[in-house]
Design a protein. Structure first.
Lengths: 294, 421
């Protein structure tokens, strides 16, 4: 570098002259040139820093220029110009391949959606739809929420993703559960219709609305009792409760992160405190009882 | 002329009549609902005589009309689920008033509203902590050696545990709709509690939320509890007394404190899922809850149509305790009806009072170990209530103390007594 400066003395001279002309007073901006006020001193220092920066930049430019002007480097430059189209096409091809692979992956996952339900089977479409959606979510979509996160905020981002995932699972479990709860209504109306048909045939229809209501509510109660004892209902209730608990825990973890940065105690800190108080009180109670017996 | 299969004319006539009745009802109901309604619950005056944390002890003033006052105070322990106000729900159907009118010196535990800081409280803290402190307080205040203990539902289970651990402080034990045998598939609650992941639930919520429990109770019979009940309200909403009582009941039902987490966890795992109490394998606070220590007279009242504590869950206890003076009484009602229905008002409180009175004058000597010994086996109380002493046959088979001991010894021999950590 110093060699380059020595090799190009004219360039330094040119810059010095240019800087001289660039200063507002037109005076030479050499450091320590007479007494200045503190404002002037700051100004001079700023000018000196900018001058240094210019010099540094020019020196780098000189070094690169001189290196580039060497014959072997020029040869390499010309050669690279010849292979530039190949490099560009390699970049483009790699990018497109990546895009197509990702696209293919999504298409594959979309294609699998169909494999969770029978084609043209509409017998249980109401009941099946929610279950199918739940399976699609669990098998094909939720993995995106589990993609490993990177960087300083990875743990926070992971917890947010987990909460979103748990919320989606809870929503689908709740929808299935509510759908199960609606079944007795649907079935009880069907049974009521059949019963009315029978009563019509025998000519013993109730004569007021209260009679019909009593008939229906009894059928409904029976259907609920049957449903509640079924393994499907118990499974769905269990899954819904578990999903709710998972979601609340995940949500609480995010809240914990948020509260951690605020000047308020977190639930975990309060838990620790409560436990200490509880144990202390228990100890005092036992001691009091022991003293009382003595 | 033959009757038509579909009597369209009659149906239409009734519809028209009902429309008119409904219009009149809505008009009257507006006056009722917009007017002054007396919907206060727990209106009988009381004094809070003891407080510890959230727990309070209520003492009711005895009725001045009561001629023959009972000396032994009665402590009523309610469940941690819902509130003890149910015993004093309506002025004319109040168990509290009935007991006071017959000269009972009545104390009642008010468990209060547990908050998040109470989540670590265990069954031991409730039974050997709060309950024992309250009993000691009453003994000192009343200058007596023993109290009569009456437990309701989960409070009954606590009372059974307390009587087994502190038998020298309990003169008579009364349990009402009290679950003690959890090995039953009667009632949905017992089925659902078996598979419940209580650890996860308590780890998530801290305490068991009262609203969540209420939702669960409603789901036990949604057709009746979420539809039919309110249809009934609509049909009677022009009746001021009906509306007042309906609102009182609504106030009580949905006034559900949370249950302390560790207590709920232990109750579910040790009782609902492992049935340790009735098998004499339960430990609380490091102490064995030995049902053979329950040697005091025991009256066990339950309801035939109870969907929460079915008869099978309640009736077995008298056959496994150490006492030979036990009685099972089954009332023809449900879990709540036992306290609030007009029919059982004439049976429930009078039965308890007469049973306690029969045993009021009895004195029992104290042995050297500090345990009270039965002087003689009293004659079994003759109950006027229908279906009382349901398990007479079984009680005859098992009532002999030696047989009971054999029962437990066999049980322990087969399964081993679990050591408490």
């Amino acid at each position: 570098m110093s060699g380059s400066e020595k090799a190009n003395p004219d360039l330094q001279t040119i810059i010095r002259q240019w800087l001289k002309t660039g200063s507002p007073s037109g005076a030479e901006t050499e450091p320590g040139s007479g007494e200045r006020s503190s404002e002037q001193g700051q100004k001079a220092q700023a000018e000196r820093l900018s001058k240094d920066a210019y010099f540094s930049m020019m020196r780098t430019f000189q070094a690169v220029s001189s290196a580039m002007s060497e014959p072997p480097v020029l040869d390499a430059l010309f050669r690279s110009a010849n292979i530039l189209p190949d490099i560009v096409s390699t970049f483009v091809i790699t990018g497109l391949k990546g895009y197509f692979a990702l696209h293919q992956q999504v298409i594959d996952k979309m294609g699998k959606i169909g494999s969770h339900t029978d084609a043209y089977s509409f017998d249980n479409i109401d009941q099946e739809a929610l279950r199918v959606w739940s399976e699609i979510y669990k098998n094909e979509i939720r993995q995106y929420f589990n993609v490993p996160q990177l960087g300083l905020s990875r743990f926070y981002q992971e917890r947010v993703n987990q909460a979103l995932d748990k919320f989606n699972i809870f929503s689908s479990a709740l929808a299935e559960f509510l759908q199960l709860l609606s079944l007795p209504f649907e079935k009880s109306f069907r049974v009521l219709q059949e019963k009315i048909e029978d009563l019509t045939r025998t000519g013993s229809l109730p004569e007021d609305s209260r009679g019909y209501y009593q008939m229906w509510v009894k059928i409904l109660e029976g259907h609920f009792m049957t449903l509640f004892q079924s393994p499907e209902y118990n499974k769905s209730l269990g899954e819904t409760m578990t999903a709710l608990e998972d979601y609340i825990s995940a949500r609480n973890r995010i809240l914990q992160d948020m509260l951690q940065s605020m000047p308020v105690p977190t639930r975990k800190e309060m838990d620790d405190l409560y436990k200490e108080i509880y144990l202390l009180k228990k100890k005092v109670r036992d001691l009091e009882k022991a003293n009382g017996k003595q | 002329m033959n009757k038509p299969k579909i009597p369209v004319d009659i149906i239409l006539k009734h519809l028209a009549e009902q429309a008119e009745v409904s219009r009149e009802r809505v008009q009257k109901a507006t006056d009722v609902l917009l007017g002054n309604l007396d919907t206060d619950i727990a209106a009988t005056p009381y004094e809070v005589v003891y407080e510890e944390d959230r727990v309070k002890l209520k003492h009711y003033a005895r009725s001045p009309k009561a001629e023959d006052a009972m000396q032994t105070p009665l402590l009523v322990v309610y469940a941690l689920i819902n509130r003890e106000t149910m015993l004093d729900l309506q002025p004319e159907r109040s168990v509290v008033k009935s007991l006071l009118a017959d000269g009972v010196n009545l104390y009642m535990v008010d468990w209060g509203y547990p908050t998040y800081k109470d989540k670590f409280l265990t069954i031991d803290d409730h039974v050997n902590g709060y309950m024992d402190n309250i009993v000691d307080f009453i003994l000192k205040r009343e200058k007596v050696e023993k109290i009569n203990l009456m437990g309701i539902c989960m409070g009954g289970t606590f009372s059974v545990m307390y009587s087994a651990l502190h038998p020298h402080k309990v003169k008579n034990l009364v349990t009402t709709v009290c679950p003690t045998n959890f090995d039953t598939r009667q009632g949905l609650l017992h089925i659902w509690m078996k598979w419940m992941d209580v650890d996860k639930m308590i780890d998530t919520f801290g305490n068991m939320p009262g609203d969540l429990m209420n939702f669960g109770f409603l789901l036990l019979n949604p057709a009746r509890l979420m539809i039919d009940k309110y249809i009934g309200f609509l049909e009677n909403m022009d009746n001021k007394a009906f509306v007042e009582n309906f609102v009182r009941m609504e106030k009580w039902i949905f006034d559900s404190p949370d249950v302390p987490g560790e207590t709920f966890r232990q109750f579910t795992k040790d009782l609902y899922q492992n049935n340790l109490l009735i098998e004499n394998r339960l430990h609380i606070g490091g102490r064995h809850v030995d049902l053979r220590n329950i040697t005091m007279p025991m009256l066990n009242i339950y309801a035939r149509y109870d969907h929460l504590v079915p008869p099978e869950a309640a009736e077995k206890i008298t056959s496994v305790v150490g006492s030979t003076d036990t009685e099972n009484v089954c009332l023809e009602t449900g879990h709540i009806g036992i306290y609030v229905s007009s029919k059982t008002q004439k049976e429930f409180a009078p039965k308890i009072i007469s049973w306690l009175r029969e045993r009021e004058g009895r004195r029992e000597p104290v042995n050297q170990a500090g345990l009270y010994r039965r002087k003689s086996v009293p004659k079994r109380a003759r109950s006027s209530i229908r279906n009382s002493s349901l398990s007479t046959k079984r009680k005859k088979e098992l009532s002999h103390a030696g047989k009971k001991r054999l029962f437990f010894n066999n049980l322990q021999g087969e399964q081993g007594v679990r050591d408490h950590p």
